[in-house]
Design a protein around this ligand. Sequence first.
Ligand code: GAL
Length: 742
Amino acid sequence: TGPFNPKEDGYAGKLPWWGEGWYRKSFKLDKADAGKRVYFDFDGVMAFPKVYVNGQLAGEWDYGYMSFRVDATPFVKFGADNVIAVYADTRKHGTRWYPGAGIYRKETMTINEPVHVAHWGTYVTTPEVADASAKVNVRTTIENGSKSKSKVSIEVTLLDPDGKMAATLKTDGVAIPGGGSKDVNQLFAIANPQRWDVTSPKLYTAKTIVRQGEKIVDTDTTTFGIREFKFTADDGFHLNGRRVQLYGVNLHHDHGALGAAFNTRAMERQLEIMREMGVNAIRTSHNPPAPELLELCDRMGFVVWDECFDKWDRTADRDPCKQPLEQYGEKQIRNFVQRDRNHPSIVVWSIGNEIDPQPGNKEGVSAERVKFMSDFFRKYDATRPVSMACHIPAVAQKKMLDAMDVGGWNYQRRYAQFRKTYPDKPVLYSESASAVSTRGFYELPLTDSHTQFSKTFQVSSYDRNSPDWADISDREFNLMEKDTFMAGEFVWTGFDYLGEPTPYNKQARSSYFGIVDLAGIPKDRFYLYRSHWRPDTLTVHILPHWNWPDRIDQNVPVYVYTNGDTVELFLNGQSLGKQTKAKESGTGYYGSIGKYRLCFNDVNYEPGELKAVAYKDGKEIGQEVMRTAGEPAKIRLTPDRKEISASGDDLCYVLIEALDANNTLCPLADNLIKFKIDGPAEIAGIDNGNPLSYEPFQDSEHKLFFGKAMLILRTKEGPGGDIRLIADSEGLTPAGVVVQSK
Ligand code: GAL
């Protein structure tokens, strides 16, 4: 919750995250459960968690992004009160962004009979997939926590995407030694399988029942998908037999104003917005994501690059001088792969990101380290290729990547060297673009170099800027069209995130890289990507805004992002001519712009109405209008959903905008808005997407930033009811909205 510390560097969001903390919770265990096993599962504790049960150390972990299990059985008391205490310490955690601190993901207590399905003990693979039938193998690991040998039966039923039984098998007489475990494989044949695909993410379910005699001792439910994919060296990525270009984004783990604490609805909303833009692939940069993200990708149809580490150093909570990478790597990778391997969405495992070679040091990339890290992945799941996001072409040239199945490369066509050294290995663009912009901010004259930045510490949204190692979006579009061997790109980044505010690392608290701002409001770039990635969906988007009182009769270039090929622009009814997209990219740094955007560079500003009429193949496909706004007169509230769940963690995102008397959005408004809530909800966060703002994320008032802000309501757990949000501001007509919590 802050507060921001303006004096701090912006790399970790200027937010507090460094220190120690404790959590304590009391719980009762039934006397009747005596003899059972008691486990605590954590999906992530930042960092170096130690878990104490009734005062004794029951378990610990050494990577803040990793899920882990603690066996509390020896320390608990049945029929009595117990205390679990969790200690977190971020002081040795290294980071390049806001990591959060403490327990930030789900934790679960599981009570099991001594004989049960092991943690992450169900492993589903699909060794053969064809249209007529698919083979599905379910491997179940059964653990026996008692001293004596036990015999069980294992029944696994597969349900099809409509919930109907597709196949069932029962294996009897499985003997499990006391204190030991056993793997049981069951191979199913499914006729006419329904494929999991990005266009129709069909999911099957495996229901497992473990019995001792007639008694059910454990059950387990696992979702999985039937699909085939391959990365090819010369023709990109194929899913279920057809080539699918990866339109990907990188996503960091935070949820903007909600911080690092995971929230399923916040994640789902991010994915919905990305989907709307045309995204079909997510890279979980640079850490194991919350498991719910993978469940959402399975359900919504995104393929995933699942990444285990940034570097193999303190960003992974590893002290390279103290801990051999082999030992550390296998331990982390085991948990990671066992946890994630049933997700059909995952198509690549990643062993790390931009790790320097650094000869002689214990954390750098070498052929040997790439091999053993990749092999650990294959040991736990051999059904997916292993990759790494690389950035130094010499690493490829020196053949350090022999053990990698797929090349992952960041920025500026550095993949070219890899392609030369490894012509038979597939390759994809693990990070592309890294273009930067501030939503709503435009500066003139236009930049003539991509690294020319504004003195205002904001980045112009004419989309002509990126740091020197990076590129504007259009250049990457052009590369992906030309280099058809590439499987596609993962743009850095889909959303702005807390920290890494390049190019204003000192001044700002959140990034400028996002295609969508930190508040979840699309920037202009969103429409550039959508126009290119969704060629069949209507996009006509005009920029900049049309409020330039200081530039009357002066030049204000106008860009239009559209899926059409031609645009005619009108200013106050007068045609300013037609522009058509170039077939080929031109020369110079900005040469590719004309291929993807329609630029009207010679417009002289006069207030009024700009209208863009878009054409495709000579036919009009749509229009868009941008008007000069008058003074702010009223507030508009637009909730993303009108009905939410009274679960206590469901969210409603309410967009707040200032309008003039004619309902035109006021693109420069920065009014302070005050909020009142009546009903079973609270303000979970407020933000306006301004990377320079130090206003708290949790408050009952906030300023607009270029006309907009976002308020996030969180329901209270209970019977629900009407939630009334009122927004008020001096001189503006207030607004109210009712959302139902059910
Ligand atoms: C890459 C890095 C990312 C991010 C990005 C910003 O080199 O892998 O984590 O820092 O640069 O452009």
